[in-house]
Design a protein around this ligand. Structure first.
Ligand SMILES: Nc1ncnc2c1ncn2[C@@H]1O[C@H](COP(=O)(O)OP(=O)(O)O)[C@@H](O)[C@H]1O
Ligand SMILES: [Mg+2]
Length: 455
């Protein structure tokens, strides 16, 4: 499966978030906690300093005379239990709570160290302050359980987590939106190129394309230009070849007819008839190839248009077709209303000729063929209806392909007629459809001109 650019972008933007978000949360948490911890420690150090002011040296003995009011105010705390201890230079407890003696730690005079210990199974943070005691250093320790600290840590953890999660969600949404928006022009380009028919080699619209895609658009447009030039050259060659073939084929047919008309041995009759039929078929094929080359939408794009009334066009052509229809045993009728449109007269004549040729050839002797022109809403409509065998449903989709003939096709055609009809219609911005007749017998070939000739 092809790699999706969108998925790659999303992956490379979202995957790092999985690492970045927890790291950012941890950093944020640490940044908030550190000052809080320091503030609590500082308060503990201050308490140790005020307890230290009650330490005296009485001769050689350490005396401690904190009054009960000072002690009460030291121990009063809404959440935590406060402990204190005064240690002689040798570590011997002078006053306070025995559990605070451990662990031992060395502190210089007026310096403060912090240690962690446990009292009655609860974690206690201890500030130890050094106090001058003659030659040695006494220690004043104040400890506090960690209820307040933990409450604050918990709150800031939840706050940090919520903040980082909200930030992550907003980032993901932004990334998804941005990716979608940035890739839209590429998608549009794909749609523009992907839905093109072979006849449509106009340059792709570069308006609104981002700079990164412009190069691609440019390359696609240059390719279109080359394909278009190649296709025009091919049409020109086809037109030349068909044109060059026409004259010799016409004279061949002429000679065959002359030979048939002149006295000839009866043994030659079959040969001459086949020669005549073959020459007719080849002449028709070369004129159809010429029509095909001219009818190509790309070739038509440069031609100028006239106002053509299909009613008049059919009347002109009818003069040629009535005798042919009569000879083929076809009852040819017309229902003509004014049907003007902007188009190329000689191509529309070719289109009509192919439809009438098909109706006469495929409907068979005894059939009725009706040609209709009319305006309908904003469209100009041309219809050729017959009551012959019709075109079976499964063959309708492919009937317009070049060199495609029906399974039961009559006559000596080459399968180019409907391809020419479609090409001319497309070049005129028109649509060709195969419809059922009201009676259910035969078929209606309908050309609906809506937009006028394609530019
Ligand atoms: N009026 C019609 N009635 C029945 N079949 C038709 C009619 N017009 C076209 N077809 C079918 O469509 C096929 C393609 O038509 P066309 O391209 O003109 O080729 P062909 O050279 O065979 O006429 C024909 O072979 C035939 O089977
Ligand atoms: Mg035909």
């Amino acid at each position: 499966m092809a790699r999706s650019l969108k998925r790659t972008l999303l992956l490379w933007m979202l995957l790092p978030m999985l690492a970045i978000v927890p790291a950012a949360a941890a950093l944020q948490y640490w940044l908030v906690l550190q000052p809080t911890r320091e503030a609590f420690d500082q308060a503990l150090a201050n308490a140790a300093a005020s307890v230290a002011s009650f330490v005296r040296l009485d001769g050689d003995t350490v005396a401690f005379d904190m009054n009960s009011q000072a002690e009460r105010s030291l121990r009063t705390d809404q959440f935590d239990s406060i402990y204190y201890a005064v240690l002689a230079p040798d570590g011997h407890p002078v006053a306070g709570d025995p559990p605070l003696r451990e662990p031992r730690v060395a502190v210089a005079v007026d310096a403060v160290a912090f240690v962690d210990t446990e009292v009655d199974g609860a974690a206690v943070r201890v500030a130890a302050r050094g106090v001058a005691c003659g030659a040695g250093v006494c220690q004043v320790r104040v400890g506090e359980t960690q209820v307040k600290r933990q409450q604050i840590f918990r709150k800031s953890f939840i706050g940090t987590l919520a903040g980082v999660l909200a930030f992550a969600l907003a980032s993901v949404a932004t990334i998804v939106l941005a990716t979608r928006k940035a890739l839209r022009p590429l998608q549009r380009l794909g749609e523009q190129v992907g839905t093109r028919s072979l006849d449509d080699l106009r340059p792709v619209d570069a308006i609104g394309m981002p700079a990164e895609v412009l190069g691609l658009v440019d390359a696609v447009n240059r390719l279109f230009g080359r394909v278009r030039a190649g296709s025009l050259a091919q049409q020109a060659f086809l037109a030349d070849a068909a044109h060059q073939l026409r004259t010799p084929l016409a004279s061949l047919k002429n000679e065959a007819e002359l030979a048939l008309a002149a006295p000839h041995p009866s043994s030659m009759q079959g040969t001459l008839e086949r020669l005549n039929a073959g020459a007719s078929r080849a002449a028709r094929l070369s004129s159809q190839l010429l029509a095909l080359a001219r009818s190509d939408a790309a070739a038509q794009a440069g031609m100028s248009t006239d106002t053509v009334d299909l009613k008049e066009l059919v009347s002109e052509v009818a003069v040629e077709w009535v005798p042919l229809a009569l000879a083929a045993g076809i009852d040819l009728g017309f229902e003509l209303e004014s049907a003007p449109l902007a188009g190329r007269r000689f191509l529309l004549r070719e289109l009509l000729a192919n439809l009438m040729h098909n109706a006469i050839e495929h409907a068979g002797a005894g059939a009725h063929v009706t040609v209709r022109t009319r305006r309908e809403h904003d469209a100009t409509v041309l219809e050729v209806e017959d009551d012959g065998p019709g075109i079976p449903e499964p063959e309708r989709g492919t009937a317009f392909e070049r060199f495609r003939r029906g399974s039961g096709a009559a006559g000596v055609g080459s399968g180019l007629g409907l391809a020419i009809v479609r090409d001319i219609a497309v070049g005129h911005g028109a649509r060709v459809s195969i419809a059922d007749t009201p009676s259910g017998r035969g078929v209606i070939l309908r050309v609906t001109f809506t937009g006028g000739a394609a530019a």
